[in-house]
Design a protein around this ligand. Structure first.
Ligand code: ADP
Ligand code: ZN
Length: 623
């Protein structure tokens, strides 16, 4: 295990008053050439003592926004982060860079906490990570008053919002930092916040005076795909096999049972797939999370309980087997793919049952009317994304207040433009059938009536006699399902919240029913026996692995990295990211100086690992 409180080995001089240049720190410590757009502005604002509210998509590079100022300003930066399990990794990664970092949380014993507190008091720390519940203890506050502080960074700041799904009551108390520590700059960061949540964050954290930095929401390297559900398990297997065999990924399911079943299914096909949900013991959970972080090619199958704060850079796909409740949740979950900027896939299957289930859950939920109204709007937006026939990215970004002028070219709508058809007549038949049968039946029954089935229930109910019996033979049962799904998704029909999903008409459907309004429907793509390959021709060359020509070299570099990682008990990406190995393979440096130019190789890592990687590269050259 990496020595936890071995401060002696960190020999860097304490930072002295504003003498360092942020660009220099970026290059020397982190090994990067330039700041990304906005990063530079944010860093300058905080270095100069200003407050900041930062909204940046996952993978946008939020950490550097406080880590660089932490190294430039004198004193220790306090980083408030909600996830104890991940602090260790963040601290390890910083120590790898030669930065003096430590954490304070409930996972450590008294001795360890004391040693860390001592290091803080004596100015031996550049950054101290702290759990919110720990920070707000009077003892900790007093400790901080006696230390020299450079800044406060509040990570995952949306946890302060009661509307969001990650609400943490401890976060509410962080507002006191403003009064208790006037003059110490505070920077709050989040990847998910619509305008309302943003305002809430600013108010609750007393950051109304802070400059807001809102970066574009687009994640161009993520390919968005949403497919109608036919046989979800098979669709998932086909997708992974065709496009992401051997890759690391996350599969989200709504229920624990489904998580377990899906993990088993994947394991039976030879994948390393691990479950993650609240029904497992915390040891099981942390063991599985650990393997996900440390091993190559692990797939985690999880409920939404998994993922916040996971900053693994090389997650190549995120698959949704069930529909998330909102676009915020969808964007946050899919955003865990491709933080390294390399091509990744956000894949989802959804079907009529998902739509019905979510609508029912919402109507049956506790919550007052206003709450339900907001939730309903959110679900509508999510369903809108599923059914849209234009570019999905344009819809997503518009929702977050961003605009994309041109269709993106990297979503399923752009790659395989869906056909539409004039569904006016079919819709009229469907709605009329709902009406004639008394709004008491579910979709399967209605389809049987439309297609003129002679099943017993229909006969007994006398529905062979109604005018809509057998008037829908021109469409297959699946095509009718697609019609009903779109009607529910678009709010023309709703599922009875108390019963078994009986279809009921809404006010909205009147003009359709009377034939006064035309409607275009999405034609669901025909699913062939073996899917996944239909459009993959267009996508090949997308995958990171497809871009690697020297596979032996790649494997050699990875083996070298893995050996170093195992020796130190850290995940491989803490040594170097895939992107850094990729750059090495491209550039083939032969000297330490050349190696230092590779993106992601800072001074500390060059010194520690330079020789061994150069040797590995020489070995590749000879092969
Ligand atoms: P976030 O916290 O916003 O999700 P991270 O801070 O984890 O994102 O950064 C995402 C990835 O981008 C990391 O691998 C990080 O090292 C890399 N990165 C951040 N800033 C830069 C930069 N200026 N140049 C190169 N890589 C960067
Ligand atoms: Zn698109």
């Amino acid at each position: 295990m990496y020595p936890e409180h071995d401060f002696e080995q960190l020999t860097k001089e304490p930072p002295t008053a504003n003498c360092k240049d942020p660009e220099q720190v970026l290059h020397d410590v982190f090994g990067y050439e330039t700041f990304r757009p906005l990063q530079g502005d944010i860093v300058r604002e905080v270095v100069n003592g200003g407050d900041a509210l930062v909204l940046m998509p996952t993978g946008g590079g939020k950490s550097l926004c406080y880590q660089v100022p932490a190294l430039v300003r004198p004193g220790t930066a306090i980083v408030i982060s909600p996830l104890i399990a991940l602090m260790q990794d963040q601290v390890n990664a910083l120590r790898e860079l030669g930065v003096r970092a430590a954490f304070l949380n409930s996972s450590m014993d008294f001795e360890q906490a004391r040693a860390t507190e001592y290091a803080l008091m004596t100015g031996e720390l550049d950054l101290l990570y702290c759990a919110p519940e720990r920070l707000i203890q009077p003892r900790t506050i007093e400790l901080l008053h006696n230390a020299s502080l450079s800044l406060f960074a509040i990570d995952e700041a949306h946890c302060v919002s009661q509307w969001g799904h990650d609400f943490r009551s401890d976060y509410l108390q962080l507002s006191m930092l403003a009064e208790a520590f006037p003059g110490i700059p505070r920077i709050a960061l989040t990847a998910t916040a619509d305008e309302r949540t943003r305002k809430e964050i600013a108010e609750r954290l007393s950051l109304t005076q802070a400059r807001h930095f809102i970066s574009g929401f687009d994640r161009p390297n993520i390919q968005y795909r949403i497919t109608p559900k036919t046989n979800a398990n098979k669709q998932l297997l086909d997708f992974i096999k065709a496009e992401h065999a051997g890759d690391c990924g996350i599969v989200y399911c709504l229920s624990r049972n489904k998580v377990d079943a899906t993990a088993k299914l994947l394991a039976s096909k030879g994948y390393t797939a691990l479950p993650y949900h609240a029904g497992l013991t915390s040891e099981q959970r942390s063991r599985n999370q650990d393997r996900f972080l440390r091993e190559d090619g692990v797939i985690v199958v999880a409920t939404i309980a998994f993922g916040m704060g996971i900053d693994k850079p090389d997650v190549r796909f995120v698959a949704h087997m069930d529909l998330p409740k909102s676009l915020e949740a969808y964007y946050q979950e899919t955003g865990r793919a491709g933080r390294d900027g390399k091509p990744s896939t956000a894949w989802m299957v959804y079907g009529l049952q998902d739509v019905i289930k979510l609508r029912q859950m919402l109507e049956a939920s506790q919550g007052n009317d206003q709450f339900k109204r907001v939730e309903r709007q959110k679900l509508d937006a999510m369903l809108g994304l599923c059914e849209v026939t234009q570019c999905r990215r344009q819809v997503l970004l518009r929702y977050f207040g961003d605009t994309l002028e041109q269709p993106c070219g990297n979503c399923d709508s752009c790659l395989n433009p869906p056909e539409t058809w004039d569904g006016s007549v079919a819709v009229q038949k469907a709605l009329s059938c709902v009406f004639r049968t008394g709004q008491r039946y579910g979709v399967n029954y209605l389809i049987d009536v439309l297609r003129g089935s002679e099943n017993e229930r229909i006969v007994q109910a006398g529905h062979q006699a109604i005018s809509t019996y057998g008037i829908g033979t021109e469409l297959s049962a699946n095509e009718w399902k697609s019609v009903f799904r779109q009607l529910v998704a678009n709010g023309y029909l709703r599922a009875d919240p108390d019963g078994y999903g009986a279809m009921q008409l809404t006010e909205q459907c009147r003009p359709l029913l009377k034939g006064d309004q035309r409607i275009e429907l999405r034609k669901d793509p025909v699913v062939k026996a073996s899917t996944g390959s239909k459009s993959s021709g267009k996508r090949s060359g997308q995958n990171l692995r497809d871009q690697i020509t020297d596979h032996e070299g790649w494997e050699a570099l990875r083996a070298c990295r893995k050996a170093l990682a195992d020796k130190q008990g850290v995940p491989p990406y803490v040594i170097f990211h895939d992107t850094t190995l990729f750059d090495m393979l491209e550039r083939r440096p032969t000297t330490l100086e050349e190696l230092g130019e590779v993106s992601g190789v800072g001074a500390a890592k060059l010194e520690k690992y330079g020789d061994i990687f150069l040797e590995t590269l020489r070995g590749i050259g000879q092969a």
